[in-house]
Design a protein around this ligand. Structure first.
Ligand code: C2E
Ligand code: CA
Ligand code: CA
Length: 390
């Protein structure tokens, strides 16, 4: 069965043109010149929706809201005659509303551009069962999972771009669920945060990480591991001592531990977190500011907090190849890092071109699917040995 594509554009001529190109690329197409008609007839079966933002009756933003309410799983392509900043905002909105954004076209665009975009789409052949959505766990289910040791840590390599041969990783928690299989954190972190379980989750992760790290040391691979810290945990006043004790217990040098804190987490109760962060830093533990560029931290806050590294958010990194504004933001953050004497790390690196660009700009470390996906500890060890040619 051919994949289905829907075009919604009040300009009928342009719409038919898109349809023609899509048909040549192997799609079954339908065309709407009115968003209202589209919404009345929508059956949630499309694989791709090409949507014009500016339409007279109902505009593209309203259609985005509608599609999100329908839990639409189609890939969305946005078209607009506005400048790219409008497309950016609409794209962000689509992502925040849980839609899958596949690309955008600024009118007027050339046909090869459209063809290229259509050809690049990864259409998951629908078995015509809508995506199975499992409800988030209850607090009690998650609590039991923690007690029953069902949480496990995966490791994603962070590779160095400046030629040094140091091994590093980010620890990412997973839930090995007896019925649902391996679950990623977006399924259960919110439940943990909202039910006072995030601290115990963090301690489970920290213990697994330190135990693993010390095993790797014994096997001759010194790996620096980064752990994600929630805002809540950062308010525990005795956190520095507790972490310090655990490091001692596993005979680990503090510089092998990096704590990643998101910009947004930092902003809540800044004074209290600053106290704790400073004491962690005094013990030699490295601190990284995560998802940088998405929050609201000012230069002054960045200067005051004792961070050792900046982690550039993947929304900018992954767009660097085809978006000049994203590339400029990445460059600015790298320069900022250099000037403040902080290491810069790029996450979400998916292409060779992106990696090369980051290297040229002077970014020190990179992480992303180009190198490897998060994996269990055993695989990670083999991966790094091979990568470093050991
Ligand atoms: P994060 O800290 O931004 O972690 C990076 C996420 O990006 C991971 O998703 C990783 O699998 C994904 N990723 C890595 N490379 C690429 C790439 O090239 N392309 C794309 N598209 N994605 C990439 P994951 O494992 O699902 O984790 C999601 C989030 O859950 C993390 O975002 C972090 O905020 C949170 N999280 C994970 N583990 C823990 C934990 O132990 N404690 C806490 N508090 N939060 C955690
Ligand atoms: Ca992180
Ligand atoms: Ca991140």
């Amino acid at each position: 069965m051919k994949p289905q594509l829907i075009v919604i554009d009040d300009e009928a001529d342009l719409g038919s043109l898109v349809c023609d190109v899509a048909e040549q690329s192997g799609f079954d197409v339908s065309q709407y010149t009115s968003a209202r008609h589209f919404m009345q007839q929508y059956d949630n079966c499309a694989d791709v929706i090409v949507l014009d933002l500016m339409m007279p009756d109902i505009d593209g933003i309203e259609v985005i809201r509608f599609l999100s309410q329908q839990q639409c799983t189609a890939q969305i392509i946005l078209m607009s005659g506005f400048d790219s900043s409008v497309l950016h905002s609409a794209q962000k909105l689509a992502g925040e509303r849980g839609l899958s954004f596949a690309g955008s076209l600024t009118k007027p665009f050339r046909l090869p551009q459209l063809m290229e975009l259509l050809d690049s789409l990864e259409i998951k052949t629908r078995s015509h069962s809508p995506r199975t959505i499992i409800d988030p766990p209850s607090a009690n289910e998650l609590k039991l999972a923690i007690e029953n040791d069902e949480l496990t840590v995966f490791f994603q390599p962070k590779v160095s771009l400046n030629g040094d041969q140091k091994a590093a990783a980010e620890a990412l928690v997973r839930w090995q669920h007896p019925d649902h299989g391996l679950l990623t954190p977006d399924y259960f972190i919110d439940t943990a945060e909202q039910n006072d379980l995030i601290d115990s989750l963090t301690w489970v992760v920290l213990r697994q990480v330190m135990s693993q790290c010390s095993q790797w040391h014994d096997q001759g691979l010194g790996v620096q591991v980064a752990v994600n810290m929630s805002a809540h945990t950062l308010k525990e006043l005795n956190l520095p001592e507790q972490i310090g004790n655990m490091l001692q217990q596993y005979a680990l040098d503090p510089s092998h531990l990096v704590l990643e804190v998101t910009e947004t987490a930092l902003m809540e109760e800044l004074i209290k977190s600053l106290d704790i962060l400073t004491r962690l830093r005094m013990r030699g533990i490295r601190l990284s500011i995560d998802d940088f560029g998405t929050g609201y931290s000012s230069l002054i806050q960045l200067y005051r907090a004792p961070f050792s590294e900046i982690k550039i958010d993947r929304s900018f990194v992954s767009e660097m190849d085809n978006d000049r504004e994203a590339a400029t933001i990445v460059q600015t953050i790298i320069d900022l890092g250099k000037n403040l004497n902080m290491k810069t790390v790029a996450e979400g690196v998916e292409t060779e071109a992106c990696k090369e660009k980051l290297k040229t700009l002077g970014c020190e470390q990179a992480q992303g699917y180009l190198f490897a996906r998060p994996m269990p500890a055993g695989e990670f060890f083999k991966w790094y040995q091979k990568y470093l040619g050991l």
